[in-house]
Design a protein around this ligand. Structure first.
Ligand SMILES: Nc1ncnc2c1ncn2[C@@H]1O[C@H](COP(=O)(O)OP(=O)(O)OP(=O)(O)O)[C@@H](O)[C@H]1O
Length: 480
């Protein structure tokens, strides 16, 4: 089990224990060619994901969508593997070059998109090409995948034909709604193109074929609509989009339903598959669903420790850690800080103590709904609270540019109690971004946690300096 799912398990256990209530209102890889995507050559397989981890993946995707207001910066080059390497590779720098219908172009500009994102530059011409081409695209969340396939669907349909032509499946009800919203906004000036939501609770009349050209939904309902209720004729589907493939295949049922929908489509149907990550299992699934694919991949921008000063503070127990934290915070002119705890209970304890000290703190906890979490992040982003306390599980994907201090109140460890270097990098890589300077402070409360600091130092080959938070002068000097 990964540290993340382990921490989820800890949180689940803790959920049954009485928790401290905080009143916020008071204070507030590997890319492989089309012919080379079969299985893992090392024979390695990742452990099965737990149910919690699956829920967490879908929730994380939704959270990302809710909090994201603009494209994620990424300076990496897009990798393109064409099915036919001899065919010219088209990429566009403007939306005009795509020769979209004027009303669709108007919708794109109306969303505030001035030019295609990196992944869109290559993906859009491929998705709109004639004869049609299949595509597998991988890029992290926030790089413009949803906008890309929404545009492709809106451009693809013939509004004069009153039947479903594009099918898009997404892992959850909420994610489907989010995609639908993008399609609706982008298609605002295309009144003849209609969209239906194939999600639970939505029951059009049985046996009467839908007139909507685009259907977006979850695999179970969409499958029912195709087979049981006969609302859609799968043979008339000419574009099939599978979004968030990594989240989809994490649930066996979704995976099978997606394959059953796919099996009813014709071989001429254009297949498009999107995923934020690409483990081997995703590749194997993609291979089943997308024959003869073009592949586009945008690597994640590497996180780096280069612009981050790292420290550790020796403490005894949590009260002592708390005092150190207050000293530290008092000494620094910190824009914003993120503090990581291992469990929900510890995070709640810390928040209540910080609030009692008069700090403006928010808590990002697994007990909150996704919408509440999005609201907490949004407030933090706007600077309404300067400190965000969180567990690792809740914090993935949060980019707040003005964070200049990250505190590991609890150090990141794996199941065996060893340093979790990847999580360490994720956490502190949030600060010191885009050339800014950042600080990371690690609380060390045992010999074991000192060993972890040593492991982290060795792993990254960067020294972590001892800091005495009771010595203001020294601290100011070191952190200046
Ligand atoms: N060409 C563009 N120009 C400006 N903004 C864009 C462009 N394309 C997308 N965006 C915006 O960037 C954000 C991320 O885009 P989008 O949701 O399409 O990315 P994604 O890769 O699908 O990520 P996620 O899976 O998290 O939704 C959205 O707020 C979207 O409106």
């Amino acid at each position: 089990m990964s540290e993340e799912s382990w921490a989820v398990a800890v949180d689940v256990q803790e959920a049954t224990a009485p928790s401290i209530q905080v009143d916020f209102s008071k204070k507030v890889d590997r890319p492989r060619g089309p012919r080379d995507i079969r299985g893992d050559t090392n024979g390695n397989s990742k452990p099965e994901k737990t149910e919690d981890a699956i829920v967490d993946m879908a929730e994380q995707s939704l959270l990302n969508k809710l909090i994201r207001k603009s494209l994620v910066r990424n300076r990496n080059q897009v990798e393109v593997l064409q099915q036919d390497p001899t065919s010219p590779l088209y990429s566009v720098k403007t939306f005009e070059e795509l020769r979209l219908k004027p009303e669709l172009l108007k919708g794109v500009y109306n969303l505030g998109f001035n030019r295609p994102s990196r992944i869109q530059e290559n993906a859009l011409p491929m998705m709109l090409a004639q004869p049609t081409q299949n595509l597998i695209a991988q890029a992290q969340s926030g790089t413009g995948k949803t906008a890309a396939f929404s545009l492709a669907m809106l451009s693809h349909v013939n509004p004069g034909n009153k039947w479903t032509q594009c099918l898009c499946v997404s892992p959850t009800y909420e994610l489907a709604l989010q995609i639908g919203q993008v399609i609706e906004q982008m298609g605002e000036f295309c009144p003849d193109v209609k969209l239906a939501y194939g999600i639970r609770g939505n029951r059009p009349e049985r046996g009467v074929k839908l007139q909507e050209q685009i259907v977006i939904g979850t695999p179970g309902t969409v499958l029912d609509w195709c087979t049981k209720y006969k609302l859609i004729d799968p043979k008339k589907i000419t574009m099939f989009v599978l979004d968030e493939a990594d989240v989809m295949i994490a649930t066996q049922g979704h995976r099978d339903q997606s394959l059953r929908i796919h099996r009813q489509l014709t071989k001429d149907c254009q297949m498009l598959l999107f995923s934020a990550t690409f483990e081997d299992s995703v590749w194997r699934f993609a291979e089943q669903v997308v024959p003869d694919p073009n592949i586009i991949r945008l690597k994640r921008e590497e996180e780096t420790l280069d612009t981050i000063k790292q420290f550790y503070v020796i403490c005894r127990e949590k009260e002592d850690k708390f005092t150190s934290l207050c000293n530290l915070y008092g000494c620094l002119t910190v824009a914003q800080a993120m503090i990581f705890c291992h469990t929900r209970k510890m995070a709640a304890w810390l928040v209540s103590n910080l609030i009692a000290e008069g700090h403006q703190v928010s808590l990002l906890s697994g007990q909150l709904t996704v919408e509440q979490r999005a609201a907490v992040i949004e407030r933090f982003r706007k600077g309404q609270e300067k400190v965000l306390v969180t567990t690792n599980v809740c914090s993935r994907g949060i980019d707040v540019e003005q964070v200049s201090l990250v505190v590991n109140f609890d150090l990141p460890v794996d199941m065996a109690g060893n340093a979790d270097n990847e999580t360490y990098l994720h956490r502190i890589g949030r600060t010191g971004r885009f050339g800014r300077r950042g600080f990371a402070v690690n609380m060390v409360d045992s010999k074991h946690s000192m060993d972890i600091i040593n492991q982290i130092e060795m792993h990254f080959n960067r020294s972590i300096t001892k800091l005495d938070t009771s010595n203001l002068e020294e601290m100011e000097k070191l952190m200046s």
